[in-house]
Write a protein that binds this ligand. Sequence first.
Ligand code: PRX
Length: 651
Amino acid sequence: MPEENITSVLTEKRTFSPLDSFIKQANLKKEEYERLLLKANTNFEGFWSDLALENLHWFKKWDKVLEWNEPFSKWFTGGKVNVSYNCLDRHLEKKSNKTAIIWIGENEEKRSVTYSELYEEVCKFSNVLVQLGIKEKDRIVIYMPMVIEAVVAMLACTRIGAVHSVVFGGFSTEALADRINDSKARMVITADGSYRRGQIVPLKLNVDEALKKCAAVEKVIVTQRSKNNIEMKSGRDYWYHEVISKASGDFKAKELDSEQPLFTLYTSGTTGKPKGILHTTAGYILWTTLTTKWVFDIKDSDVYWCTADIGWITGHSYVVYGPLSCGATVVIYEGAPNYPDWGRFWKTIQENKITIFYTAPTAIRAFMKAGLEWVKKYNLSSLRLLGTVGEPINPAAWMWYQKNIGNEKCPVVDTWWQTETGGILITPIPGITSTKPGSATFPLPGIFADVVDQNGKNIHGDQGGYLVVKKPWPSMIRTIYGDDERYKETYWKRIKGAYFTGDGAKKDKDGYFWLLGRVDDVIKVSGHLLSTMEVESSLVNHTAVAEAAVVGYPHEIKGEALCAFVVLKQDSVNKDHHLLSEELKKHVAKEIGPVAKPDQIKFTESLPKTRSGKIMRRLLRDIASGKQTVGDTTTLEDAGVLEKLRTQEEE
Ligand code: PRX
């Protein structure tokens, strides 16, 4: 666990109470919050039952709130529900002409759809899917840019009971093929291309390459976005606009079991293979709906913008499902935050009068570095609430955000959660919680998160420990797709009787939670979770590499960056190191995606290992971050290795 974090959080003394003007209008008020906390403590199932009745549309009420057979949970069994019904149909009576989505393309294009238009498009696309042979529980991979059709595709899957697996458009062909194969998808939905910093990302071409390795895929639907030249394979590939133009606009939402699989989403684990996190229907939509109401204080008048890509869980829960289930107006933006310049986000806020803005600390740090002049050019007075997610936000970035973007009048919600948790678990509630910069504050009502030692004992005071959740919650991961054993092993073995998050945390004397980063070999680069093992396996796949160890080190903007220590094969030792370094970076970008590209590559004759052969990553982390090694090095097999590594120039 990073020690410097532990000391830095101890020095944070500032607190910010919610303003009266915010408190008065807040969705969740203090009395209600306290009642909820009490109810969750005294009548756990009753607590969830009330919320499920009040917040969702049910075709049929459940028989049982919770079946808990640790570590497997089933929520609201016997109930019948549909996610797209909750996101669309139930709003039609009162909000059919309300804007559901405002889409902004990278090249300044703009298009909006109302709830009734979105409903009709989703119905049509549901018919298309069924006509192309998709059945309940079939898997569909969505590999798309941030366009309205991506949201339509997701909602149509939920309408017919198919299981989507969205793959981030920035992932490479290989990563895409792995995910298609692991999910055993029958269909891929994609676009010809998408725009990123003025360039066209050739999504369809990547799909064509990937499908050479994916025998189970029968059909591909292609949205036209960038009009780049692509090949359409007859009998396999269909244009979205052609198939949808012939489809009927009526499709009755399927009445699905509460526990029907909703989607899988891949995330990095400590071993090389990504984990397909499985979420199911009722529990997921309940918690994303509730948290959108409580944490973002969503109102009918809001224009809400979460900058996450739909390829990540934040895009699922807080671009698509939570806000649409609440009937909100959602902004989606296709391109890069700094295209054509660093004013892009602020211009978007001004032009669309955005009221709620949710982004990642890595973006905030990049904007800080770009300079305040970009912010000052625009009028941000429409904003009333700010949020962050994805990694710890350092107090300096929090303060900058609160002052310069929020003009000291917007509450800042630092929301902690994971792909596995489905929705936000630890966060301030904007009209209630006094915030401390850098702290995600407290678990929400119904969430029994805690900080414990390795024996599962509570830790108080300033000591760091493991962040766990002691009771199930509705939007929790159900399993790792196709691998129950790995699910048990990853989340339920380390601490007896609790869900292990993989994060370190501490609670201060006021009970505030401070997140301290990952405790294993998974790191966050620009908000993207990466397994160092995955990058290592990609490096050793290269013909020149004999062995590789990858570690994270602190990085001013990315939060963490990757440093790879590489041992070359004998016949490559004399190659030009600079060229080889560039080649390896490209190789990793191609195999996994640009985000996994190491910032530094250090060539070495050997890696520091214990006598039993385990790579001492702690030492490599020290070297990568330029720190003096403290602590025990006596188990090192060859102490000379360290010295050589330290004196070596970066390649
Ligand atoms: O380490 C925590 C960090 O992001 C991890 C989850 O990553 P992912 O599954 O990609 O989901 C990201 C979006 C929910 C966590 O285990 N993390 C997320 N939010 C925070 C955070 N760390 C500190 N503070 C946060 N607010």
